[in-house]
Design a protein around this ligand. Structure first.
Ligand SMILES: C[S@@+](CC[C@H](N)C(=O)[O-])C[C@H]1O[C@@H](n2cnc3c(N)ncnc32)[C@H](O)[C@@H]1O
Length: 237
C-alpha cells in the first residue's frame, strides 16, 4: 500500500466534518433510523473515524448489549475511531470490503454503510455480501452520494447558522473556513473520481433498483445531506 493514499490523507482532517451541521444531522439520522430497541449485533462497513459508532454509544450507553463490528481499509481512519470509542463492545477490523467479509452468514441484525459504498470497486457485489451476513428480516442503512453539488452542503450549513442569528456561531464558521476549504479539496477529488467512474454515485432510483434486485424490501428512500446523498433503509427478504 502506498505511504500516502487518499484515505490516509483524508483521515488527517476527516473529523473536521463534525463542524458541519448537515454532517452531524446525517449521523444522528442514521443512528435514529437504526431503531435500537433490544440487544443487537451491528456491522459498520467503511466506518471511517467511527462517528456513527460514537453516536450509537452516546445514545444507547448502558441501555442494551450492542455488539458492533466495524471494517475499514485505512489504518489512519481506524486509529482515530479506536481513540474515540470508550466501550469494549466494538471490534474493529482492518479489511478491504472489496475482498469479501470475514463473517459467517446471517450474523447481523443491522448493517450501516455511510458514504463508503461509492468507493468500492463493485457496489453490486458489496450489496450481495451485505445481504449474506444480514439475518433474515435484518435491516440495512446505506447512505451514498447521488449528486456532485458540493456547495449544497455548505449552503445548508450557512443557512442553519444564519437562521440561528448567533454571532458566535458565525464567527466560529469564519475561523473554521480554512478547514472547510481543505474538506472541499478532498471532495473535489472524490467528484473527479466519480466523473471517471472510479467511484459510484448512485441516484435514488438506481440504488433502490439494485437493492430490490438483490433481495431487499425498501423501507425508506430520501435525499439527505443538502440533497447530495441518498438515504436508503431496507430489509432483507
Ligand atoms: C467518506 S468515508 C465515510 C466514513 C464513515 N462511514 C462516515 O460516515 O463518517 C469512507 C470510508 O470508507 C473507507 N473505505 C474506502 N474503501 C474501502 C474498502 N475497499 N474497504 C473498506 N473501507 C473502505 C475509507 O477508508 C473511509 O474511511
Amino acid at each position: 500500500m502506498p505511504l500516502l493514499n487518499f484515505w490516509r490523507l483524508y483521515a488527517l482532517i476527516y473529523d473536521s466534518l463534525l463542524k458541519i451541521i448537515p454532517y452531524r444531522q446525517l449521523i444522528e439520522k442514521v443512528v435514529a433510523e437504526l431503531e435500537i430497541k433490544s440487544d443487537l449485533t451491528i456491522f459498520d462497513a467503511g466506518c471511517g473515524t467511527g462517528n456513527v459508532i460514537k453516536k450509537i454509544e452516546e445514545k444507547y450507553s448502558g441501555d442494551f448489549k450492542i455488539k458492533i463490528h466495524a471494517i475499514d481499509v485505512e489504518t489512519a481512519m481506524l486509529n482515530r475511531a479506536v481513540g474515540k470509542i470508550k466501550k469494549n463492545h466494538v471490534r474493529f477490523w482492518l479489511c478491504d470490503l472489496n475482498e469479501g467479509l470475514p463473517f459467517p452468514n446471517k450474523t447481523f441484525h443491522r448493517i450501516i454503510c455511510v458514504n463508503a459504498l461509492y468507493a468500492l470497486n463493485n457496489p453490486d457485489l458489496a450489496i450481495q455480501r451485505f445481504r449474506r451476513v444480514l439475518k433474515n428480516k435484518g435491516e440495512i442503512i446505506i447512505v451514498n452520494p447521488c449528486s456532485k453539488n458540493l456547495v449544497a452542503i455548505l449552503k445548508e450549513h450557512i443557512f442553519i447558522i444564519l437562521s440561528k442569528k448567533n454571532i458566535i456561531s458565525f464567527l466560529k464558521f469564519l475561523i473554521d473556513l480554512p478547514l472547510f476549504v481543505l474538506l472541499i479539496v478532498f471532495n473535489i477529488i472524490i467528484l473527479f473520481k466519480a466523473k471517471k467512474k472510479i467511484y459510484h454515485f448512485l441516484s435514488e432510483k438506481i440504488l433502490a433498483e439494485k437493492m430490490s434486485k438483490f433481495g431487499f424490501k425498501i423501507l425508506k428512500l430520501e435525499k439527505v445531506y443538502g440533497s447530495t446523498c441518498v438515504f436508503l433503509k431496507a430489509q432483507k427478504i
